[in-house]
Design a protein around this ligand. Structure first.
Ligand SMILES: Nc1nc2c(c(=O)[nH]1)N[C@H]1C(S)=C(S)[C@@H](COP(=O)(O)O)O[C@H]1N2
Ligand SMILES: [Mo]
Length: 387
């Protein structure tokens, strides 16, 4: 079993085995799927991308033009759903109870968003916003749309029509989706139909049908509070939003540093020859930042050892790591703890709701109503037994 279904209609499936995470890339058939509405069927021949708002020339770009007229790039990136790890929240947070499998890495091929904005004569100022609008909402439902800051779009975002060297599959957003490397998956709008350049985020009565997924959902909100609409913010990395007291309910943008032990797998029994070592393997990722170190503990976080980072640094995707361990017989709790290149480390646990935390404090991640964005290592620990 490659994927475990959380619901079939709409389709929501997570990667079933941690072992998949050291495959590079995650095959499309294994990649997690997170849909709020059923997968729409869109005729690629009829499809166009509308570019509207603060532009000199509004445009409707057909797929063939997108593929032929503009520069193409391929980017490998790790996408994690903001709800990944939600099942670790106590008490339970609302929504699908994702384990650790709403996380995958793929190679996306498409056109840098800046190419298309440029050719439409869009306002490219740093303080402009672009609404990325999806085409999946059934009649009467809120349109799936996200507001992205211009600087990020120009830096590294793609209008993707290919995944792992094949045409983009329907459930991953065909014919074209946005890819926002290093940011929570919700920003990578699938079944993209329109880019609208504006001075603010989607907000206010004028955009009523478009604001739900931007302003209400995908905010980090403690027990007993409600998020209020904002027109703009100027910190995007979730850690930077935590550090800005003017942003009380952060938006799900740049991902926090995180890691996971892949092998040995949960509940595995190890039978190494006496004195032989076992390789502990895992993956670590840090959104827009780089991983600077990973530590591994075999006693649930009491003592820590430096792991070896493998592969390239400066990739907008996960870094693999390894640690040679000579287990004594008995039961062991394995956890990993990554640190990003800005010195920020994963917390140990998720807080209680009544602590009302608004940021990571005392090595605790703030419990929040929708169970978003936990990077605590405790809830994703694995237990193994050595003979
Ligand atoms: N139009 C649209 N785009 C969407 C979604 C959606 O429901 N509708 N889900 C978002 C969320 S919450 C995530 S985590 C990613 C998941 O991408 P995937 O299904 O290709 O893994 O798509 C995002 N893009
Ligand atoms: Mo998500």
């Amino acid at each position: 079993m490659r994927r475990e279904w959380l619901s079939r209609d709409p389709e929501n499936a997570q990667v079933a085995q941690r072992a998949e995470f050291t495959r590079d890339p995650t095959p499309a058939a294994t990649h997690f799927t997170r849909n709020h509405y059923p997968t729409p069927s869109i005729d690629a021949e009829e499809w166009t991308l509308s570019v509207t708002g603060l532009v000199d020339r509004s445009a409707d770009v057909p797929l063939a033009d997108l593929q032929r007229t503009f520069r193409t790039e391929t980017v490998t990136t790790t996408i994690g759903c903001a709800g990944n790890g939600r099942s670790g929240f106590r008490p339970r947070a609302a929504g699908h109870q994702w384990g650790v499998g709403a996380l995958s890495t793929a190679r996306w091929t498409g056109v840098p968003v800046g190419e298309v904005l440029h050719s439409a004569g869009a306002c490219l100022d740093d303080d402009c916003w672009v609404a990325a609008i999806g085409d999946d909402a059934p009649e009467g439902e809120s349109v799936f749309a996200r507001s992205l800051p211009m600087r990020k779009l120009l830096e590294d975002c793609l209008l993707a029509y290919g995944m792992n060297g094949h045409p983009l599959p329907a459930e991953h957003g065909a014919p074209v989706r946005l890819i926002v490397p290093g940011w929570y998956g919700t920003n990578s709008v699938k079944w993209l139909s329109r880019l609208h350049v504006m001075e603010t985020m989607l907000c206010g009565p004028e955009w009523e049908e478009y604001t739900h997924w931007q302003q209400e959902k995908y905010r980090l909100v403690p027990q007993g509070e409600q998020p209020t609409e904002r027109e703009t913010i100027d910190a995007f990395d979730l850690g930077d939003q935590f550090a800005d007291p003017s942003i009380r309910h952060p938006f799900m943008y740049g991902m926090l540093v995180n890691s996971l032990i892949v092998s040995p797998g949960p509940d595995e029994s190890l039978a190494p020859e006496r004195g032989d070592s076992v390789t502990i393997q895992g993956v670590a990722w840090a959104g827009d930042n780089d991983i600077s170190a990973v530590e591994v503990s075999t006693d649930g976080g009491e003592t820590w050892h430096s792991a070896t980072l493998l592969g390239d640094d400066e990739q907008p995707c996960w870094r693999q790591f390894g640690f040679e361990w000579t287990p004594r017989s008995g039961t062991h709790t394995l956890v990993s703890r990554a640190t990003d290149d800005r010195g920020r480390t994963q917390p140990a646990a998720i807080s209680d709701p009544d602590e009302r935390l608004l940021t990571i404090a005392n090595r605790k991640f703030p419990w929040n109503k929708r169970g978003y964005a936990s990077n605590a290592y405790g809830p994703v620990a694995t237990t193994v037994t050595a003979e």
